[in-house]
Design a protein around this ligand. Structure first.
Ligand code: GLN
Length: 481
């Protein structure tokens, strides 16, 4: 590989088969890069060289025996630290789980390894995936490799930064309300949120169970398709994983987009949208039209209510999911006099401020007397938003919007104002509530050189179509628009 050309899945495979490099050498090259850059970026929290080299040696032995290599053979990958890895510390970027070593692998991790991937380590994120800037990590923020004074987005900021900086060929993130798409947008790489149920959540530490999804980051859309092909599909360990057959995503990615109807919702281009982001996304839509897509103006009237509904539902589910960190069953225990005192002290010291805020908000929304006014109403709004999407998909094949209303902001700029941070999720949480798949694909840069993302939503289980559009856009030069 010449310097500056990023490794991609296909080039790793070709180089291994041609014996230009061994999987062990490739892993060593990536660890070399990590040792050089991680102190600055803080993208990785834990490295797993023993596991990585053992896997690399298995791949090298398969190459030596002349075997057909599995689809991700030798591909160096990173895993967001909310996804369980057997024998490798999984902190969720929280003090609560500082020393937690899972006894089993998440299904997605197991599938990646079975497909030959080499897992380099675990990436930083917002604590328990709660945040949009990676500043809520108990282990310090991540820097955006494109602009070091800026956030990489969140919550999967470490995974996005690792891939964008060439410290992994691809990575897993999780997306509950935007945590793959927004950091993908901020770091200038594709990030895919699959349909709810497309990828097993077994082994994913729960934040908001009705919204959580695992999905890939890669340097290009074809690689994201390759990773999705491996991790998608039913899993008997997760009853919410769907028994929908997994198509050939790589094949679908190659299809022409000619004649596709793309909906452009007016509601996503109003107040609050940064003018430079708007301009880039409009140029992006014009590029799709040039490729033969037909633009259809849309109305999605419940968009304005999405943030409120999302932050009630997500915090309600979080308050319930995080009740398990009581000092008895997992992680940290701070001994106190009485049992109640032990609970109190453990949770006081184990959780950071944003996690506490959400537990309190969620507990409030679920408590007697407020349940109907907040939680049930939010569920009704969720149904209306899902209907906006269903109605739109009667008329169009895909919906195209900005991923984030603003380009990556400066570290610290919004850290003290949670509401401002929440409002920046406006374009991503809608699709999350509807449970549809979405991607963010690079769509040029602002004058200051900050990446902009184009978001594409499609109907449930049509990941092939979202990849097809993103791929055509990428191939037509969307990232330098
Ligand atoms: N920024 C959103 C939040 O803080 C999304 C988080 C996520 O998708 N995990 O809830």
């Amino acid at each position: 590989m010449s310097a500056g050309t990023p490794w991609r899945i296909a080039s790793v495979r070709a180089a291994l088969q041609a014996k230009q490099i061994s999987a062990r050498e490739l892993a060593a090259e990536f660890y070399g890069r990590i040792y050089k850059r991680n102190a600055e970026l803080n993208a990785y929290l834990t490295l797993s060289p023993e596991r990585a080299y053992a896997q690399a040696d298995r791949i090298d032995a398969a190459v030596a025996r002349g075997e057909t290599l599995p689809p991700l053979a030798g591909v160096p990958m990173a895993i967001k630290d909310v996804i369980s890895t057997r024998g490798v510390r999984t902190t969720c970027a929280s003090k609560m789980l500082e020393d937690y070593i899972p006894p089993y692998d998440a299904t997605a991790v197991e599938r990646l390894e079975r497909a030959g991937a080499v897992l380099l380590g675990k990436t930083n994120c917002d604590e328990f995936a709660m945040g949009g800037s990676n500043e809520n990590s108990a282990y310090g923020p991540v820097r955006n490799p494109v602009a070091l004074d800026r956030v990489p987005g969140g919550s999967s900021g470490g995974s996005a930064a690792a891939v964008a900086a060439g410290l992994a060929v691809a990575a897993l993130g999780t997306d509950t309300g935007g945590s793959i798409r927004q950091p993908g947008s901020f770091c200038g790489i594709p990030g895919l949120m699959p349909t709810y149920g497309r990828v097993s959540r077994y082994g994913l530490v729960a934040f908001a169970s009705s919204l959580d999804k695992i999905g890939p980051f890669a340097t290009n859309v074809a690689d994201a398709a390759a990773v999705l092909s491996v991790i998608a599909g039913h899993d008997e360990n997760d009853s919410t994983s769907a028994a929908v057959p997994v198509p050939d995503y790589i094949g679908e990615t190659e299809k022409s987009v000619k004649g596709l109807r793309i909906g452009v919702p007016e509601d996503y281009f109003g107040a609050g949208l940064d003018p430079e982001v708007k301009e880039k996304v409009q140029s992006g839509i014009a590029l799709l039209e040039k490729l033969g897509c037909r633009r259809v103006p849309l109305q999605m009237p419940h968009t304005d209510y999405a943030i409120a509904a999302y932050y009630i539902i997500a915090t309600a589910e979080a308050s319930s999911n995080l009740a398990r960190y009581d000092g008895v069953r997992y992680g940290l225990r701070v001994p106190g006099g009485t049992l109640t005192e032990m609970y109190r002290q453990t949770r006081e010291r184990g959780f950071g401020p944003e996690v506490k805020r959400r537990i309190m908000l969620g507990t409030y929304a679920l408590s007697a007397g407020y349940y109907d006014a907040y939680y049930l109403r939010a569920q009704s709004v969720r149904a209306l938003i899902a209907r906006d999407f269903a109605d739109a998909f009667q008329k169009v094949d895909a919906i195209v919007t900005p991923t984030s209303p603003i380009p990556p902001f400066r570290l610290g700029e919004k850290a003290l104002d949670p509401l401002q941070m929440y409002l920046a999720d406006i374009y991503t949480v809608t699709g999350s509530l509807a449970g549809v798949p979405g991607i963010s694909v690079p769509c040029g840069k602002t004058k200051a050189g900050l990446p902009v993302g184009l978001q594409v939503f499609v109907p449930h289980f049509k990941e092939g179509c979202v990849l097809q559009i993103a791929h055509a856009f990428e191939q037509a030069g969307g990232s330098t628009i």
